[in-house]
Design a protein around this ligand. Structure first.
Ligand SMILES: Cc1cc2nc3c(=O)[nH]c(=O)nc-3n(C[C@H](O)[C@H](O)[C@H](O)COP(=O)(O)OP(=O)(O)OC[C@H]3O[C@@H](n4cnc5c(N)ncnc54)[C@H](O)[C@@H]3O)c2cc1C
Length: 455
C-alpha cells in the first residue's frame, strides 16, 4: 500500500531519494527552504562543481539517471600538481580509464528534481522551511511563504536538510542523542579561470589540478563551458591566512608568490575574491540517525564531512543505495527495522569517511608535493597492477569500489604498515621497481590475510 512520505530538503540527497520513493509508488512531498533553483538556473554557466565517483554513480544508475548526467560530466583521470615555479607532475587516480567526474552541483540537483517531478506522485513545495518535528508521530512543522506554519503528518519523514538539519535539531533535544560538530581551521573561497578562445580549457581538461602548498592548497575542477572552478582551502588565522590577506595588494602579492601560474589565468581574480564568500568547513557526527521508526536523517544531516576525499555527496547517495537495499530485503511493512539496520550499518562507514577525508586533506595539500609520498604511490600502483587480486589501493577502495568505507579504512591502515617497512629501506629510491621489493610486499601480506580477501 502506498505511504505518504515527507522529505525535508530538496538538495542532492533529498531529490534523489524522492525518485527512489516515487518509483515504489509512494506519495512523496519534498519541502525545501529555498526557492526553486530551476527558475534562474543557467545551463553550462560557471558552476560550483563536485567530484562524482562510483558510489554516487551506482545510486543514480539505479534510478535511470546516469546517462543524462554522463553527458555533462567531465572525467578527470589524474591529479596534476602545480609547484610554485609552474612545474607539473602527475598522478593517476586509478587504472587506465578510471576517473572521477566533475559535475555541476546545481546542474545535478536540477536533473534530480526534474526526474523526480516526472512522477505524478512527487510534489515539491519550495520556500517551506522545516522548523522542527514531533518525533513521536513524525509530524513536521514547516514555515510557509505566507508566514503560516503548517504541520504535516506523514507515514515516514526523511531529514535530508543538510549539515544544519532542523530535524536533527529536534532529535538533539532527546535523551541519549550523541552529537558533535567541528569546524576545521580552514575555510574556502571559490575563484574562476574562464574559458579560453572558443570555449577551450586553459589547463588540462581531464584532470583535477592541485597547487599543494603544505598548510593549504588551491584546486581546480573543469566545467563544460571551458572554465575551471577553483577552490582555495586556506586557514582563517595565522601567518598565511584569510586574516592576514587584508588588502588587495597583499592578496595579489601572495598569489603572485605562491600560485603564479593560476593567477595568470584569472583576469577577474580580485572581483572573485571580493564577491565570493569565505565559507567554513564542518564535520558533523551524530547518533542515532532515526527516531521511533518514523523519522530518519540522510546525507549531510547525519554525516557532514570535509570535502577532501570528494565523498560527501557520494556517501549521501550511498545512503540511498543502502536504504533501498534494506527496503528490498525487508519489505514495506518493516520500516522501523529498516531504519534500525540502516543506522547501525551506516554509522561506522560515515565515521570512517569523515576520518579519511581529513587524512586526505593532508595528503592533497602537503604529501602530493613530497617525493617520498609519490614514490610510495608508484610502488603501490605497480604492485596493484601486477597483483590486482592482492592489493587495491585505499584511494581506489574509497573511490572506485563499493567496499564499505570502514573496511577500506581498516585495510588502508594495514597497507600503511606494510608500505612503511618498504619505504624504510635506505635504497628504496633505486630498487623501487625491483623483484626484491615485490617479494618483500608479498611476504608482508602473509601477515595480513584479511587484506587479500574480497579485494
Ligand atoms: C567546498 C565543497 C566541496 C565539495 N565537494 C564534493 C565533492 O567533490 N564530491 C562529493 O561527493 N561531495 C562534495 N561536497 C559535499 C557535498 O556538497 C555534500 O555532501 C552534499 O551536498 C550533501 O547533500 P545533502 O542533500 O545531504 O545536503 P545539501 O546539499 O546541503 O542539501 C540540503 C537541502 O536542504 C535544504 N534545507 C536546509 N535546511 C532546511 C530546512 N530547515 N527546511 C527545508 N529545507 C532545508 C537546503 O536548502 C538544501 O537544499 C563538497 C562540499 C563542499 C562544501
Amino acid at each position: 500500500m502506498s505511504k505518504n512520505i515527507t522529505i525535508a530538503g530538496a538538495g542532492l540527497v533529498g531529490s534523489l531519494w524522492a525518485v527512489y520513493l516515487a518509483q515504489k509508488n509512494h506519495n512523496v512531498t519534498v519541502y525545501e527552504r529555498r526557492d526553486d533553483m530551476r527558475k534562474n538556473f543557467k545551463e553550462g554557466g560557471r558552476s560550483i562543481n563536485l567530484a562524482l565517483s562510483d558510489r554516487g554513480w551506482k545510486a543514480i544508475e539505479k534510478v535511470g539517471l546516469a546517462d543524462a548526467i554522463r553527458k555533462v560530466a567531465i572525467p578527470m583521470y589524474r591529479r596534476v600538481m602545480h609547484d610554485a615555479a609552474g612545474n607539473l607532475s602527475y598522478q593517476s587516480y586509478g587504472k587506465e580509464n578510471q576517473a572521477i567526474y566533475s559535475v555541476s552541483r546545481g546542474g545535478l540537483n536540477v536533473e534530480l528534481m526534474n526526474l523526480a517531478e516526472k512522477y505524478s506522485n512527487v510534489n515539491f513545495q519550495f520556500n517551506h522551511k522545516c522548523l522542527g518535528v514531533d518525533l513521536k508521530n513524525g509530524a513536521a512543522t514547516f514555515g510557509a511563504p505566507d508566514g503560516v506554519e503548517k504541520v504535516v503528518e506523514s507515514d515516514l519523514l526523511f531529514g535530508a536538510d543538510g549539515a544544519f538539519s532542523a530535524i536533527r535539531g529536534t532529535m538533539m533535544k532527546t535523551d541519549r542523542f550523541n552529537y558533535s560538530q567541528e569546524y576545521i581551521a580552514h575555510g574556502y573561497k571559490e575563484l574562476t579561470i574562464p574559458a579560453g578562445p572558443n570555449g577551450t580549457h586553459q589547463l588540462e581538461k581531464n584532470a583535477l589540478h592541485i597547487w599543494p602548498r603544505g598548510g593549504y592548497m588551491l584546486i581546480a575542477l573543469p566545467n563544460v563551458d571551458g572554465s575551471f572552478t577553483l577552490t582555495l582551502f586556506f586557514p582563517y588565522e595565522g601567518e598565511d591566512s584569510f586574516a592576514t590577506l587584508d588588502s588587495d595588494e597583499k592578496v595579489v602579492a601572495f598569489f603572485e608568490r605562491v600560485f603564479p601560474d593560476a593567477l595568470a589565468l584569472m583576469p577577474n581574480f580580485l572581483e572573485d575574491w571580493h564577491n565570493n564568500p569565505t565559507s567554513s568547513l564542518l564535520i558533523v557526527r551524530c547518533y542515532p540517525w532515526t527516531a521511533n521508526g518514523k523519522v530518519a536523517l540522510m546525507g549531510d544531516a547525519s554525516h557532514a564531512i570535509v570535502p577532501f576525499y570528494g565523498q560527501g555527496m557520494n556517501s549521501g547517495f550511498e545512503d540511498c543505495t543502502v536504504l533501498n537495499q534494506l527496503w528490498e530485503q525487508y519489505g514495506d511493512e518493516q520500516w522501523p527495522h529498516i531504519f534500525h539496520e540502516f543506522e547501525k550499518q551506516r554509522k561506522p562507514d560515515a565515521d570512517a569517511i569523515a576520518d579519511l577525508a581529513m587524512r586526505n586533506f593532508v595528503e592533497m595539500r602537503d604529501l602530493t608535493a613530497d617525493p617520498q609520498f609519490l614514490l610510495r604511490k608508484k610502488i603501490e600502483n605497480r604492485f596493484a597492477d601486477k597483483y590486482p587480486e592482492l592489493w587495491l589501493p585505499l584511494y581506489s577502495m574509497v573511490t572506485f569500489s563499493h567496499i564499505r568505507y570502514s573496511d577500506a579504512w581498516n585495510k588502508g591502515l594495514l597497507h600503511d604498515r606494510i608500505m612503511q617497512k618498504v619505504m624504510d629501506r635506505p635504497d628504496i629510491a633505486e630498487v623501487w621497481d625491483s623483484e626484491e621489493v615485490e617479494q618483500a610486499i608479498l611476504e608482508e601480506l602473509k601477515n595480513y590475510p584479511e587484506l587479500t580477501q574480497n579485494v
